[in-house]
Design a protein. Structure first.
Length: 282
């Protein structure tokens, strides 16, 4: 039979008689007219494989470079320039910060309030408003209570302000001790007098205040006479109008001003008045 006969080729393909491992058998199995298999591409010829391989190589090189940079003992020349550069930049930054007015404060530092303005201690003390000093209240003497002693001080202070002699102060205190017991009294006859500061009331006509002066006699208004300082000034002014009062007894001088129904009553207060004047003028 001719080798090119189609029936012969079909028989040969259907019934191989040789083992696959035999080279000649393999050639007969393939056949002369069968299309040969396409050649297989090598593994490294694939594009994805080459990309992956290049990436891995790059990573390995990077790791080697990092390890080399960290090995200060093996490559001191590579690390030293970097450290020097960092140190130089830190020094420049520190110098710039120490001269900058706008630098940020350290986290541990507490910044003052934006509205607060630092003030030197001596300036703050100089500008601080001074609290008004209350006048020192005199210590009571001669059996007086604090209210009586306060009123006595007003009478003495007004006399000193008016340049009155010491004897005038004793006359004034003796008079007030007799007239009101050194209390600023209102009058039951004058309801208006209770509208002002008072320390009790009297009932001797319309007499009011420390010296029991009467508004109806021209001493002043009720409001004026209820002020201890005004009443004391009115008394000293009237005493100054009496000729030779300096040579009179305390009783005579007081009576010349007050025109009292009991002119001899003032003398009993002279010693106490002298003690109070001494306490308030020393």
């Amino acid at each position: 039979m001719h080798p090119d006969d189609p029936d012969d080729q079909k028989l040969t393909n259907a019934r191989p008689t040789t083992l696959p491992g035999d080279a000649a058998s393999t050639e007969r199995t393939i056949g002369r007219h069968r299309a040969p298999e396409p050649p297989r591409r090598p593994l490294l010829g694939s594009t994805p494989v080459r990309v992956a391989l290049a990436t891995g190589v790059t990573c390995c090189l990077s790791l080697v470079a990092v390890a080399t940079a960290r090995g200060s003992e093996d490559t001191p020349r590579t690390v030293e320039p970097l450290a020097e550069a960092v140190a130089d930049r830190a020094a420049i930054a520190e110098e710039r910060a120490s001269r900058s007015l706008d630098r940020d404060a350290a986290p541990a530092r507490i910044l003052p309030s934006p509205t607060a303005t630092p003030t030197p201690a001596h300036t703050a003390e100089r500008k601080a408003p001074k609290k008004p000093v209350k006048p020192r209240r005199p210590r009571p003497v001669a059996g007086l209570d604090q209210a009586q002693m306060d009123n006595a001080k007003i009478i003495v202070d007004v006399g000193l302000e008016m340049k009155m002699p010491r004897r005038a102060l004793v006359v004034a205190l003796s008079t007030a001790m007799q007239e009101s017991n050194l209390y600023n009294l209102a009058s039951a006859v004058l309801p208006e007098s209770f509208e002002y500061a008072n320390q009790g009331s009297g009932s001797d006509h319309d007499s009011v205040g420390l010296f029991q002066q009467r508004p109806s006699s021209g001493w002043g208004t009720v409001a004026q006479l209820m002020r201890p300082s005004y009443a004391a000034r009115a008394f000293y002014s009237a005493l100054n109008e009496i000729p030779g009062w300096q040579d009179m007894s305390v009783t005579a001088a007081a009576q010349a001003v007050q025109i009292s129904a009991y002119p001899d009553a003032y003398a009993q207060h002279e010693d106490r008045a002298t003690t109070v004047v001494a306490a308030l003028t020393t």
